[in-house]
Design a protein around this ligand. Structure first.
Ligand code: G1P
Length: 291
């Protein structure tokens, strides 16, 4: 079973400036909680028990968020604000731990994942990129489906979704002979990072959720710099795919790219509308705008 997930959070978040100048983009709130919490909870819902943050000195607030805050807890307890106390102590279940390791230089996503090598040890693992929120409230979410498929087949799983052809140069793109149905996996023929528009092997883009065999770490150690002069996870997966079957898993949930401003606003709307306590008032408020 896959129990470990690597979350690379060291990036500067330049697409989210000026906010990300002094707030990690992962800590920007979507409704009433930081974006990273949704990603961590998605992993936990899929059975992950250890979250490995690959982080940077400027991002200590992410670690603080998942840590206990003794002073705040004591104050809330003394003031008998038990609901609020529960809201800060129940962020994650007891059996889930959050650990972190630094990425000393910004050498790319592949390098970030490699920084977690010692903590991952001999275990196969998942990778979740925190820019993208995946909204999937079904009993078994997309990541859980990928883990289940990996458990039975031992084939790496790469989550994909269709994007318009003119956007293929912004993503990893997979090469498949037949497009998988939603919630299904097919063996892929190749994967390429940010191909030029018009040269992409398909319109199925890598969403930022991966289930990988631990052997990917050795491949990452040999991966030369690729697109953007960075060590790319996509290139290591392409290497893996030469010796081992790798599958593209087509997601059924909905994605929100919170690394971009408009994607973030869309996420706030969707998560706001489906929020258990705020949803109805928020809907009324939007109606009142009369747009
Ligand atoms: C990364 C991956 C890319 C993937 C994308 C999803 O790129 O390298 O393959 O499609 O995330 O968001 P980045 O957006 O970090 O440049």
């Amino acid at each position: 079973m896959i129990k470990k997930a690597v979350l690379p959070v060291a990036g500067f978040g330049t697409r989210f400036l000026p906010a990300s100048k002094s707030i990690p983009k992962e800590m920007v709130t979507v409704v009433d909680r930081p974006a990273i919490e949704y990603v961590v909870k998605e992993a936990v819902a899929a059975g992950i028990e250890q979250i490995i943050l690959v982080t940077h000195a400027s991002k200590a607030s992410i670690e603080n968020y998942f840590d206990r805050n003794f002073e705040l807890e004591t104050t809330l307890e003394q003031k008998k604000k038990f609901e609020l106390l529960k809201s800060i102590t129940d962020i994650l279940p007891q059996h889930v731990s959050v650990v972190s390791v630094r990425q000393p230089q910004p050498l790319g996503l592949g390098h970030a994942v490699l920084c977690a090598k010692d903590i991952v040890g001999n275990d196969d693992f998942a990778v979740l990129l925190p820019d993208v929120l995946v909204k999937d409230e079904s009993a078994q979410n997309d990541l859980a489906n990928m883990i289940a498929r990996f458990d039975t087949s031992s084939m790496a799983q790469i989550m994909v979704e269709a994007v318009p052809d003119h956007l293929t140069d912004q993503y990893g793109i997979v090469d498949v002979s037949t497009s998988p149905a939603e919630g299904q996996s097919v063996v892929m023929q190749g994967i390429v990072e940010k191909p030029k528009v018009g040269t992409a092997p398909s319109n199925l883009s890598v969403v930022g959720r991966y289930v990988l065999p631990v052997k990917i770490m050795q491949l990452l150690e040999q991966t030369p710099k690729g697109a953007g002069n960075e060590i790319q996870l996509t290139d290591a997966i392409a290497m893996l795919q030469k010796t081992d079957a790798v599958e593209a898993y087509r997601m059924k949930g909905q994605t929100f790219d919170c690394g971009s401003k408009i994607g973030y606003l869309k996420a706030v709307l969707h998560y706001g509308l489906s929020h258990a306590e705020l949803g109805n008032d928020f809907r009324a408020l939007i109606k009142d705008l009369d747009i």
